[in-house]
Write a protein of this length. Structure first.
Ligand code: SIN
Length: 310
């Protein structure tokens, strides 16, 4: 990766030339980086009418910047579905059955009157890694946005991997992380008065046992398109390491969970109505904030089915 100097994190991560649209071959889109570590606004694209040629450059920019976003998009649900399908088949959402008539679109909503300790997506995580084929890419469209608060954070897990010592990298090679929804369900999911699972007022529909059983995946995974290695570890779903005892695995997972979320690897997005974000779950972790009581927030989320991590 260009621009890495030393592992003490107190330095420039990339030289500015890394963000040169012409050098990157972007002739049909403009990219405006959000932070040095990751994230970029993409300008010059009307998502509802995106062309095949633009899409090729958008996809490339997603893999380069890990999270991209588009402001002032006037999207119907069908536009979001169509864009999602350009990246690949829909992933199956583990938490909900989607919206009426749109089984692959999840509505994430917190009403102005709802007061809860946790919202959907809080805590640093990658999306549904407990699945055998976790979602590769997620798309989130901001429909109703609070005047402040409700930001989303992301961290670049490729950069986090690059900043480990060679000895730690070789220690992690070949390890498999147990991804389970046990903690996520304990922390976030409540029961309504009929005993059905909810987050706030959002009704969930899920196979808890299967989600808790989860799956084992490579702790260091390789991106199928870019070949970059990243840390596949988070603070919510990473619950053990194959072949290690709980006592052995916990300190390592705690260290890695903190390391991937070092502020140097992060960016933070302030939403506006009509903002669409797209992120690559293989190269990032992210986190939602529950700091907008008294305001409504409504988002539409779609996911792309991923590969079996290698
Ligand atoms: C998510 O984790 O998919 C939701 C993020 C958000 O609502 O900001």
């Amino acid at each position: 990766m260009i621009g890495l100097k030393n592992p003490d994190l107190d330095m420039q991560l990339y030289p500015p030339s890394h963000y040169d649209d012409a050098a990157n071959g972007y002739t049909l889109i403009q990219t405006v980086p959000l932070a040095s570590a990751m994230g970029a606004e993409i300008r010059g694209v009307d998502i509802a009418n995106i062309t095949d040629e633009q899409f090729v450059q958008v996809r490339d920019a997603l893999f380069r910047y890990k999270m991209i976003y588009f402001r002032d998009q006037h999207l119907e649900i069908e536009h979001q579905e169509a864009l999602t399908l350009r990246f690949g088949e829909f992933g199956t959402d583990a938490y909900t059955k989607g919206m009426p008539g749109h089984p692959h679109v999840q509505c994430l909503v917190k009403e102005a009157s709802t007061v809860v300790d946790r919202v959907f997506g809080d805590g640093w995580h990658t999306d549904s890694p407990f699945l055998a084929r976790p979602p590769s890419i997620s798309l989130l469209y901001g429909k109703d946005i609070p005047p402040y608060g409700g930001d989303t954070w992301w961290c670049n897990t490729v950069l986090a991997y690059e900043f480990l010592s060679p000895r730690m990298k070789s220690l992690l090679e070949g390890l498999k992380v147990h991804m389970s929804a046990k903690l996520a369900i304990q922390r976030t999911v409540r029961k309504d008065n009929q005993g059905k699972p909810i987050v706030g007022e959002m009704k969930l529909s899920m196979d808890e046992e299967k989600m808790i059983t989860g799956n084992f995946h490579p702790l260091v995974r390789t991106h199928p398109d870019t070949g970059f290695k990243s840390l596949f570890v988070d603070q919510i779903y990473s619950q053990g390491i194959e072949g290690l005892t709980e006592e052995e695995a916990r300190p390592l997972l705690d260290f890695l969970g903190r390391h991937v979320t070092s502020e140097e690897f992060c960016c933070r997005l302030r939403w506006t109505p009509g903002t669409l974000t797209i992120w690559d779950n293989r190269q990032t972790v992210h986190k939602a904030y529950n700091d907008y009581d008294g305001y409504r927030r409504e988002m539409f989320r779609t996911i792309v089915n991923g590969e079996v991590p290698v």
